[in-house]
Ligand binder design. Structure first.
Ligand code: HEM
Length: 458
């Protein structure tokens, strides 16, 4: 079925123009909120009515993450959010930054030795961000030791769960029994065993000096009862952070390398900023406020290729939007893929123009028109972590290399659980001259690369 192959192909050309639409998917009513006002209505003003993730998303992830933050709602979500969000909060970032840079340096050194100098950038970024999140969650040593097992386990799970026709499931009523096959159960047993083993080794070692998420989850107390989290909850939240926190950042970085390689003026300005701010040394958190163009490049990439291109919710009660009744049980979608390229909201919606996000420029037309991290109470808990990680990794690697697409390759986005380049992103690595300063060609950069809508829209 079409949607199973690629969720992006479901949208007709007009979808980049309309503001709110009502339709039907099998037995379920579906509403698409495609204007800042409609997004604010669903995700902010009426969050209580739409806080539940779609049945399809809960179905796909429940065996793996149980009652974890990402798919829970109601009281469980509120309690977990109060525990998990502060652990990866912006105020903690200076603790995590050294792990991010140190892991990016390992990638840099590996790239420098590669023969031939060619990589699948998507796989490389996935490896890099998985290493970072593993070391952050489990501490440097345990993270290093177990990153491979964890990555393999999660990839296997994604492969088996992808074999379901998720779009059909979106439309089925909740009372219909859903059945997980033996492949899903085997995959889950394997990941849980790995995670339980790591948590056990963590408990048995004395590592008070090390910053790790797992230590903080183990120390956390329920705000009402004062009880610690039960072992299953600790495992579920560790799994959520791994799952939510690596592929999204990896895809952002991969799309950035692709876009920058296609836009010489942007590449030159990026290099110029890195050279003048860092002068060849490694980045630290104190450099972040000065890397505004690097940040703008990433923000523009997140606009054109939002790693989570569809945010599906289920209506928990009847609501009405601008006279249209949204019955309880309906599927309500915010689709960053459409919203971020909306023709009435953005100037040159398909062009890659990082300048729009530079200080002093208008940026997004509304905070409800630009939602790569979602918005409202369920906004990504790791937003600052992900932004900082992407800046530090890009700054570390782009100081040393430029990447070039292999000749004749055409890049097409495909969406399974996240939006990524179909078939990976094979690129050639070219070393840069150290501290070579580039003069930006500002006039050309204004207009930007036109990415086109690779699915033929627009
Ligand atoms: C560029 C990187 C990232 C992007 C684009 C991103 C995007 C998102 C989006 C769109 C959601 C909401 C999903 C939905 O409503 O269906 C979300 C939720 C979440 N993300 Fe991220 N994310 C990124 C990085 C991270 C990182 C690094 C972490 C952890 C360290 C993280 C942890 C979470 C968690 C825990 C949630 C669930 C929040 C809740 O339901 O209360 N994310 N993310």
């Amino acid at each position: 079925m079409l949607g199973r192959r690629n969720f992006l192909e479901m949208w007709e050309d007009e979808a980049f123009d309309y503001e709110f639409s009502a339709g039907r998917l099998f037995m379920r009513k579906v509403f698409v909120c495609n204007s800042p006002d409609a997004v604010q209505f669903a995700f902010s003003l009426k969050n209580a009515s739409f806080e539940r993730k779609s049945a399809q998303m809960r179905y796909a992830l429940q065996p793996l993450i149980g009652d974890g933050l990402f798919i829970s709602d109601g009281d469980t979500w509120r309690k977990r959010r109060r525990i998990v969000a502060p652990i990866v909060h912006v105020s903690r970032l200076s603790e995590f930054a050294p792990v991010m840079v140190e892991t990016a340096v390992e990638a840099r050194d590996r790239w420098a030795r590669l023969q031939p100098p060619s990589v699948d950038v998507l796989a490389e970024m996935a490896h890099l961000t998985a290493e970072i999140i593993c070391r952050t969650i489990f501490g440097r040593q345990l993270g290093r030791e177990h990153a491979h097992e964890i990555v393999d386990g999660f990839s296997d799970y994604q492969r088996v769960i992808n074999q379901f026709d998720l779009v059909s499931l979106l439309g089925l009523p909740d009372w219909l029994p859903r059945w997980y096959g033996p492949a899903v159960r085997r995959s889950v047993t394997r990941i849980h065993a790995v995670l339980d083993g790591i948590i056990e080794s963590y408990r048995s070692r004395e590592r008070a000096d090390e910053v790790s998420v797992i230590g903080r989850l183990l120390d956390a107390r329920d705000v009402d009862t004062g009880e610690p989290l039960n072992p299953e909850a600790v495992r579920n939240e560790a799994a959520v952070l791994f799952m939510a926190g690596h592929e999204t950042t990896a895809n952002t970085l991969a799309w950035t390398w692709y876009l920058v390689s296609q836009a010489p003026e942007v590449e030159a300005r990026l290099h110029a900023e890195l050279d003048s701010v860092l002068g060849g040394r490694l980045p630290t958190v104190t450099d972040l406020p000065h890397l505004s163009y690097t940040r703008a490049v990433l923000e523009e990439t997140l606009r054109l290729y939002p790693p989570v291109p569809i945010l599906p919710r289920e209506a928990l009660q009847d609501e009405t939007y601008q006279g249209t009744r949204i019955p309880k049980g309906s599927l309500v979608l915010v689709v960053p893929w459409l919203l971020h390229r909306h023709r009435k909201l953005w100037d040159k919606p398909d062009h890659f123009i990082p300048d729009r996000f530079m200080p002093g420029n208008p940026g997004a037309p509304s905070k409800f028109a630009y939602v790569p991290f979602s918005i409202g109470p369920r906004i990504c808990a790791g937003m600052s972590f992900g932004q900082q990680e992407a800046i530090l990794c890009l700054a570390t690697l782009a100081q040393s290399f430029r990447l070039r697409l292999e000749a004749g390759r055409e890049i097409k986005p495909v969406c399974r659980l996240t939006l990524r380049p179909e078939g990976g992103l094979q690129m050639r690595i070219e070393p840069r001259e150290a501290r070579e300063l580039h003069e930006p060609r500002a006039a050309a950069a204004q207009d930007g690369l036109r990415t086109g809508c690779p699915l033929g829209h627009g």
